[in-house]
Ligand binder design. Structure first.
Ligand code: ARG
Length: 459
């Protein structure tokens, strides 16, 4: 049997393998709601413009809504012979309302239809990400406020650098996620133009109103070039690029949770809800969720690369290659959404071990810079000289196996005779973090103010 949608010029139906390689229904059925919304907007517009009869529009819209309900309820049987979601829905409409269904595809093609459906879908996903990411930001800002003064070691090169606060560290991720959200918002704004009515590639001779369908579907305006309309997939690429960067941020945080939750670090406790046990080692509590989040950029960036390679070198306008845009994108979208959800749960549940954090904050000569700054401030030493004096003191302390504040004043004066006991005030991690009140610095007062500011924005 030839295809009932396009089989007019064919004598035989497709080979089994042809059907298999050609069909997209197994994955594009995910677009059913968008496909139906697009068709309702299109049919309504055709009626308003006098291109098809209002009575046909009524039947079409009623039929499409019923099909949507059937699909939602799992009462719909998809057919691979009908290739994709567009033809599955149209064929079902024919079964339901008869010949009027054949008028729906006037002044439209599957090329502008699929571009429209996919844009609507991707747009919904971006809105979902935005919602989810703001939830994650809220969880982090709440934790940050609760632990605004918990000092911990700040690292560079994963070597102890200077004391920071736990809250400050968490707020760093709140900032990253804010940029992730703004990248999605940028992409959303750029992509929010309706391709519907571009038809196969050249537009149509029917007097359609593209502004009307654009408005009905929540687009800002119709796209301006019919060839570009059906050939553009950069809206997916931008989404995947933004998703890759966001996944990279989550991955960095996940890696920190993995490190922090080891017995060796012991900085945080992860909840039972987001960890697993070992089948052989009874003592284990594994941070599997964090590890899986750490891994997600692989498949998300993979989706981006895969689609970029599908698109590169494709001549205008539509080519069937472009059907390969969906599976990786769906997979990446699902992966990111799940990663955000798991990260939000983990972040809300985790508890810092503040005594351990404070202890670690004081080790590794983390207040050496504070000592050097004291020499600059109190003795008016040039910073380079102060750096050298402090380095000598660190070496002395290291040799004796003690902390900086465990050196005596005499020890210090042997290196720099003008030193006074006042210096000991700046050598504790709490004093160090507390002194960093510069804009964006780690002082608890700053952290509290920033956390509150975020919570207000996110409320
Ligand atoms: N299933 C197709 C896709 O996902 C729909 C567009 C088909 N267009 C065509 N001219 N065969 O791209």
């Amino acid at each position: 049997m030839t295809n009932k949608m396009w089989g007019g010029r064919f004598n035989t139906g497709p080979d089994e393998i042809m059907e298999k390689i050609n069909a997209s229904i197994s994955f594009d059925q995910r677009l059913f709601a968008q496909d139906i919304a697009g068709s309702i907007a299109h049919a309504t517009m055709l009626g308003e413009c006098g291109i098809i009869a209002k009575s046909d529009v009524r039947d079409i819209v009623r039929g499409l809504k019923a099909i949507g309900k059937d699909i939602e309820a799992g009462r719909f049987t998809f057919s691979a012979a009908l290739e994709d979601i567009h033809m599955n829905v149209e064929a079902a409409l024919k079964d339901r309302i008869g010949d009027a269904a054949g008028r729906l595809h006037t002044a439209r093609s599957r090329n502008d239809q699929v571009a429209t459906d996919f844009k609507l879908y991707v747009r919904d996903c971006m809105d979902m990400f935005d919602e989810q990411l703001s939830g994650l930001q809220r969880a982090l800002a709440e934790k940050a406020l609760a632990h605004a003064d918990a000092v911990m070691p700040g690292f560079t090169h994963l070597q102890t650098a200077q004391p920071v606060t736990f809250g400050h560290h968490l707020l760093a991720y709140v900032e990253m996620i804010a940029r992730d959200r703004s990248r999605f918002a940028d992409a959303r704004r750029r992509m929010n133009e309706s391709p519907l009515g571009a038809a196969a590639l050249a537009g149509t001779s029917f007097p359609i109103d593209r502004a009307m369908t654009a408005k009905a579907l929540g687009f800002d305006r119709p796209t301006r070039n019919s060839l570009d309309s059906v050939a553009d997939r950069d809206f997916v690429l931008e989404t995947l690029a933004a998703a890759s960067i966001c996944a990279m941020h989550l991955s960095r945080f996940a890696e920190e949770l993995v490190i922090w939750s080891t017995p060796q670090f012991g900085f945080i406790r992860l909840s039972d809800r987001f960890t697993t046990g070992s089948s052989i080692m009874p003592q284990k509590k594994n941070p599997d969720a964090a590890e899986l989040i750490r891994a997600k950029p692989g498949r998300i960036l993979g989706a981006f690369t895969s689609l970029l390679l599908v698109m590169k070198g494709l001549p205008l306008a539509y080519s069937k290659d472009m059907q390969e845009d969906k599976e990786p994108a769906f997979d990446a979208i699902d992966a990111l959404s799940l990663a955000i959800a798991a990260m939000t749960g983990m972040a809300s549940d985790m508890e810092p071990v503040t005594a351990r954090l404070a202890d670690a904050a004081g080790s590794g000569y983390s207040t050496a810079t504070d000592l050097a700054d004291w020499l600059v401030r109190v003795l008016a030493m040039p910073f380079r000289d102060a750096h050298h004096v402090t380095g000598t003191l660190v070496a002395m302390a290291e040799k004796r196996g003690v902390a900086l504040d465990e050196l005596s004043l005499q020890d210090m004066q042997a290196v720099e005779q003008r030193m006074t006991s006042d210096v000991f005030k700046v050598l504790t991690p709490g004093a160090s973090a507390g002194s960093r009140k510069s804009f964006g610095g780690t002082a608890p007062a700053n952290v509290r103010r920033e956390a509150k500011r975020w919570l207000k924005i996110l409320a």
